[in-house]
Write a protein that binds this ligand. Structure first.
Ligand code: NAD
Length: 519
């Protein structure tokens, strides 16, 4: 019997014992760095001499591991191995599939800080952000295991028909190409993989180039639970080579992707083309970017609003799809909120997050991101008034550190108010009144998250209807969705309207078979 699902609690790092346990995990993980990792296809470990390094963005000279530069041929082999394994895995009973997830969740919980320590080193998360990422990975496994058991028992939803015995079975689709981003390198990767497997599909998992080490550890966790060979294949290499081929392959049945708008749109197009020998229309589950807004009206608790804006904009350096990169303030409160937001931002600590749980913000992920964010800061200087930040932070080890940066008086149609920057850059936008603020909030091509700070019932009710985002919050920050509590996913160019961590997510990974037997 399973206890009801409950989100994994976060670790309190003010407790010396927790702090010490995390330090030990960091030391343990650091001692094992620098290894070379193979591709794993059909249960076979395939080392390659052509490798790429995964590095610590706080100290890019520190190599965490070397990963195989897979090719399109490897993507073909992995897809074929997954197709072969699907022939038997698809008939594994749902309860047995759910047990793999529950066991993997239990094991990740036991080694929680090790997974979080990997996140600190590989993607520069603060301890608290890393802890939340790992907790979310555990949550996805626990939650989808239970959702599969619920879905497996769906026949009672049918209307009784005399003389026939009826069934409604949610059966798997086939081979899934699982393509996660680096920013929730544990949670999203583990979540999309868990959903794929528990629904009875097999997969080719290709982690982002920036975070293959955490990806390998998650895959290994599943293998250790005894998954049959070929059910979960692990592929590393350039997304535009191996990822692209996985998407294109005629034996791929569906794509579970989370990442940028540009790559998502490309996948959508390629996946829609029927390849020679392909017997189905591929399904694309695409979760993409955001240009999320925090709106503050004249009735709001301004201190709370300022705190929420700063946490939404600068948590994990703004590198969340849910990051509140626009703050839309009605003019009556614009100056007061701006002052508090700037003060709070200037108090944030930026640095190497491995040193202590008190470091709030680490580096951005890599040189490419660093350069892109710097370019947006230059653009921002022509589009608004620089209120704080705007500098790089020099370190001895050339980490990719950028100060939290705020531009004031930004036009709602300015580039820094419309394009996803994916870094610690916040645009403050002045609205004439609440109507105008709501219009500005909706005036983007994205629709992922949003928040309104208000004490006005009328404004809250109106925003509930008209603020067009997949995840809407009132009087709290627009980041930090919890599995099962805040099913997550956006509208418009933020994706294909899926809701990760929600009760209908597994429907995307299954197809319904309606069966009637005459009695
Ligand atoms: P990205 O699009 O650059 O890469 C995502 C994945 O796609 C990586 O594994 C990459 O290797 C792969 N890829 C790259 N080119 C490919 C191709 N041609 N074919 C197939 N796969 C390819 O994104 P990223 O930088 O890793 O992640 C950041 C983006 O993800 C941001 O835009 C962010 O908003 C978005 N994101 C969205 C959500 C959500 O739930 N909506 C969650 C997290 C991140």
């Amino acid at each position: 019997m399973l206890p009801p699902y409950r989100p994994e609690p976060f670790t309190d790092f003010t407790q010396p014992a927790n702090r010490q346990a995390f330090e030990q995990a960091l030391a343990k993980v650091t001692a094992s760095l620098g290894q070379t990792y193979p591709l794993v296809i059909g249960g076979e470990r395939i080392p390659l001499s052509d490798v790429f390094p995964s590095v610590n963005p706080a100290r890019p000279s520190q190599v965490l591991g070397y990963f195989a530069n897979g090719t399109a041929e490897h993507a073909d082999r992995a897809t074929e191995a997954a197709y072969e394994a699907f022939k038997t895995w698809q008939y594994t009973p749902p309860a047995e599939r759910a047990r793999y997830l529950l066991n993997a969740a239990a094991e990740m919980r036991r080694r929680k800080h090790e997974f979080s320590a990997l996140l600190v080193l590989e993607v520069g998360k603060s301890w608290a952000e890393a802890d939340a990422d790992t907790a979310e990975a555990i949550d996805f496994m626990e939650y989808y295991a239970r959702q599969m058991l619920r879905l497996a028992d769906s026949s009672h939803l049918l209307t009784h028909w005399a003389g026939e015995q009826l069934q409604l079975a949610y059966i798997p689709l086939g081979v899934g190409a699982v393509i996660p981003p680096w920013n929730f390198a544990n949670a999203i990767l583990a979540g999309m993989t868990a959903a794929t497997l528990v629904a009875g599909n097999t997969c080719v998992l290709k982690p982002a180039e920036q975070s293959p080490l955490i990806g390998y550890h998650v895959a290994e966790l599943f293998w250790r639970m005894g998954l049959p060979a070929g059910v979960l294949n692990f592929l590393t290499g350039p997304g535009e080579v191996v990822g692209a081929r996985m998407v294109e392959h005629p034996l791929t049945r569906f794509i579970a992707f989370t990442g940028s708008r540009a790559v998502g749109v490309q996948i959508y197009e390629v996946a829609s083309r029927v390849q020679p020998g392909q017997k189905w229309l591929k399904r694309s589950i695409l979760e993409m970017g955001g240009k999320d807004a925090v709106v503050v009206d004249e009735t709001a608790d301004l201190a709370e609003a300022a705190k929420g804006i700063v946490a939404s904009a600068f948590g994990f350096g703004g590198q969340k799809c849910s990051a509140g990169s626009r703050a839309i303030l009605v003019q009556d409160v614009y100056d007061a909120v701006t002052k508090q937001v700037v003060e709070l931002t200037e108090a944030l600590t930026v640095g190497d997050t491995s040193i202590s749980p008190e470091v709030y913000m680490g580096p951005v992920i890599d040189q490419e991101s660093y350069d892109r964010i710097r370019r947006y800061i230059d653009i921002g200087a022509t589009e608004g008034e620089l209120l704080t930040g705007g500098h790089i932070i020099e370190t001895d080890e050339n980490g990719y550190f950028i100060q939290p940066t705020i531009f004031g008086g930004v036009d709602p149609r300015a580039r820094i108010a419309q394009e996803e920057i994916f870094g610690p850059v916040l645009a403050l936008i002045r609205a004439q009144d609440f109507d105008h603020a709501l219009h500005i909030a909706n005036d983007t091509e994205y629709g992922l998250t949003g928040a309104l700070y208000s004490q006005s019932r009328a404004h809250i009710e109106r925003a509930m209807r008209e603020f067009h985002v997949g995840n809407l919050y009132f009087n709290r920050k627009c980041t930090g969705a919890l599995v099962g509590v805040n099913p997550f996913g956006g509208f418009n160019m933020s994706g294909t309207d899926s809701k990760a961590g929600g009760p209908d997510y597994l429907l995307l990974f299954t197809q319904a078979k309606s069966i009637a037997e005459k009695l």
